[in-house]
Structures are given as structure tokens and as C-alpha cells.
Design a protein around this ligand. Structure first.
Ligand SMILES: Cc1cc2nc3c(=O)[nH]c(=O)nc-3n(C[C@H](O)[C@H](O)[C@H](O)COP(=O)(O)O)c2cc1C
Length: 366
């Protein structure tokens, strides 16, 4: 079945992309993912001076289900790529030469200086990559150099930096946004004013994964100390879904959305597409389960499309957005359906008559 989709004029063989991070850490792993069947990859974020990027160990922490042990949340304090830009430029060229039909998106980040952003944009663009993703969203480490989410938290900076890039770029520019902000629409709209044609959401949520009760040290612990890091994996998915739907409902129609956050299978990916994403990106899921997970993504999409009668991936995009409303309207709709009694039955006097866990279950939809 044809799973291709055209986004900002680029034909993606399928909507499944590696998210920027360890899954796109060099040409070798990106090539392996293309061979496995991924439609594209956003490479690990690059900058002009890799010498300034020094990673720590350990830099990951997991939150596990208390019953099954399954990883449901993941924190990292990893920085952007620590590989020299010249090596990356050579690898971007090589990847595009060997895989011309697979989509390669370069994630870029720089300090707040026009000449630096424009130099990086020109260099990377010359290699033949298909699009840019501007990293306005890494919430740790890089922020100490006023990069990443330091920009994404300020709409004026998003607009200005995006316009520096779009002034010299002739390929589509996406901006990757931070969820560590009150209203993700504001910096996203600012990036669009600066010339971005796509928004990627979300990057990680600022977090502390836990505290070791033996040592009293918060984790991940590096020589006895830590910094708050970025939270990803399944636990962030509902937040990412909400933000993607807000963007889909609030951005101009022609701005594409790449949905990211806790996607681990076709079910999760479909949810993002139904709420307005036209591509999806997976990072932690691939780190935990490997690139082969794309097989299930494809199979799941094919089955869903056959079962529901969708003829193309494009038809799925935004299909569920029309079902958001206001709370007042939900009450009106319940009244019209003569079910208000069920709502009223959960008022104060009902609480306490039943066990709270039973009452919670009664009011839950899934
Ligand atoms: C270890 C790790 C490193 C990451 N590095 C980057 C990066 O260099 N650039 C970037 O834009 N996002 C980076 N991210 C964020 C992911 O691309 C993604 O936005 C986030 O993790 C949520 O998606 P997920 O739940 O599928 O991982 C990183 C995430 C992790 C877990």
C-alpha cells in the first residue's frame, strides 16, 4: 500500500521519521534506518563548534511502571551532537547520494548571532539535505549558552532567528518547539512569521526523574550532582497530543506539523496524525526498541486504512480535530441527549457513598 505523503512540497515515502537524537547520530545509523524502512530522518542537532559540546555520563534516567517494569518515562541531559561540523557535512552529502529518495532533515542550532546561523544554514544546505529543523527547544545544557529552549521560550527570538535562516535558505524550514511554555501557539506563530513552513512538536519536558533514597542524590547523578533534564517516552504523549491539536487548530492551514512525543507504535502515530500531524517522529521509542519497529508502524497504518476506508495517508491528517469543543457545549450536548442526570450524579453528595476508586472508574472513558 502507498503510504507516501507530500509535505511542504517534499515527498516522504512514508510519514515515519527518526526524531533528532541518538537514532540519527551519524550516517551509518541513518542509513540502517532507511534500509529498515523509515521514510526519513531528522539528524542529531548540529552546530558550528562541536568542541563546545561536552557530554556527561550517565545522562539518561528511566521511569518504570511499578507493576510491569516497562519504561514509561525517560529523562536525558544529553547535549546536541559533539561531532565536528565538517564530518557532518560530508555525511549529509554521502547520505543524500546513497539514498536520494529518503528524506534527510538537518536539525541546526546556534548561538544568538545572525552571521553564525546564516553560515551554518548555507554550509548545511549545500550538502543537499531536504529541509531544516531549527532546534528552539532543547531544555537543558545548551540553555546555559542561551541556545535551544532559551530561544523557544521567547516568541520574538523565534521570529528573528527563523527569519535569519529563511533569508538564506531555499529549502523548507521547520521550527521545533519546546513544551516548557504556557501557550505553544505563540512562539510557533512567531516562527511562522519568520518564514517557517512547518512546526515540529514537542521536544522534551523539563523534569527530574527521581531521587536515590540511599544516597539522597537526584538522578541522573554525575559525580554526586545533577541538573534537571528533558522528559520523553510514553508518559509525555498526552501532553504532546494536546499541543499538536492546539497547533493544528491555531496555525495557518498551510503550515505542516510533525508530531513528536512518546510514539511507540502505529496506534500512537495514528493519534498524532488524526490530530493534525502530517509526519511523526520517534526518538526514545527507537532507543528502547530498535529501528525494526517501523515494520509494525507500516502494518498498523495499512490495516487501519483498509479497515476505515482511507485511500491515502493525507486523508487521515486532522480527521479528529472537528471533535474538540468547549465544556459548555459538552453540557449542552448532554442535555440534548437527555444524559445530564448522569453528570449531576457525580456532584458532592455522591462522593463518599462509594469507594473513591469505584467512583473514579465510573467517570473514566477508557
Ligand atoms: C537522548 C535524547 C537526545 C535528544 N537529542 C535531541 C537533539 O539533539 N535535538 C533535538 O531536537 N531533540 C533531541 N531530543 C528530543 C527528541 O527528538 C524528541 O523531541 C523527544 O524526546 C520526544 O519524543 P520521544 O518521546 O519520541 O523521544 C533528544 C531526546 C533524547 C531522549
Amino acid at each position: 500500500m502507498d503510504l507516501s505523503i507530500v509535505v511542504n512540497g517534499i515527498t516522504f515515502p512514508n510519514p515515519f521519521l527518526l526524531g533528532s537524537g541518538p537514532p540519527g547520530t551519524n550516517a551509518r545509523v541513518i542509513a540502517k534506518s532507511y534500509d529498515a524502512g523509515w521514510g526519513g530522518a531528522v539528524a542529531k542537532t548540529v552546530s558550528l563548534e562541536s568542541a563546545k559540546v561536552v557530554n556527561v555520563v550517565p545522562r539518561y534516567g528511566k521511569l518504570r511502571s511499578k507493576t510491569s517494569g516497562e519504561v514509561i518515562g525517560f529523562e536525558n541531559i544529553e547535549l546536541i551532537s559533539d561531532r565536528p561540523i565538517d564530518v557532518w557535512l560530508e555525511e549529509f552529502r554521502q547520505i543524500k547520494k546513497e539514498y536520494p529518495k529518503h528524506i534527510l532533515i538537518a536539525s541546526i542550532m546556534e548561538e544568538y548571532e545572525k552571521s553564525r546561523w546564516q553560515e551554518l544554514t548555507r554550509m548545511v544546505q549545500d550538502t543537499g539535505v531536504d529541509a531544516f529543523e531549527l532546534n528552539f527547544s532543547c531544555p537543558h545544557g545548551m540553555t546555559e549558552r542561551k541556545m535551544g529552549s532559551e530561544m523557544g521560550e521567547h516568541p520574538d527570538l523565534c521570529e528573528q532567528v527563523t527569519s535569519w535562516v529563511t533569508e538564506v535558505s531555499n529549502i523548507p524550514v521547520w521550527a521545533k518547539m519546546t513544551p516548557n511554555i504556557t501557550n505553544i501557539k505563540e512562539p510557533s506563530l512567531a516562527a511562522v512569521r519568520g518564514g517557517a513552513v512547518g512546526i515540529s512538536a514537542i521536544n522534551t519536558i523539563l523534569s527530574v526523574i527521581g531521587v536515590d533514597l540511599n544516597t539522597l542524590r537526584p538522578m541522573p547523578t554525575v559525580e554526586g550532582h545533577t541538573v534537571p533534564g528533558g522528559y520523553s517516552s510514553q508518559a509525555v504523549r498526552p501532553i504532546a497530543l494536546r499541543m499538536v491539536s492546539q497547533l493544528a487548530l491555531g496555525l495557518p492551514q498551510d503550515v505542516s506539523i510533525s508530531g513528536i512525543g512518546g510514539i511507540e507504535n502505529s496506534h500512537d502515530a495514528l493519534e498524532f496524525m488524526l490530530l493534525g500531524a502530517s509526519t511523526v517522529q520517534l526518538c526514545t521509542g527507537v532507543m528502547l526498541h530498535g529501528v525494526k519497529m517501523v515494520d509494525e508502524l507500516k502494518e498498523g497504518f495499512e490495516k487501519f486504512m483498509t479497515d476505515k476506508g482511507f485511500n491515502s495517508v493525507q486523508e487521515i491528517v486532522g480527521k479528529s480535530l472537528g471533535y474538540f469543543s468547549t465544556h459548555m457545549d459538552l453540557v449542552q450536548k448532554m442535555k440534548a441527549a437527555k444524559r445530564t442526570k448522569a453528570g449531576e450524579a457525580s456532584r458532592d453528595n455522591e462522593w463518599g457513598q462509594k469507594d473513591i476508586t469505584e467512583k473514579t472508574a465510573e467517570l473514566t472513558s477508557n
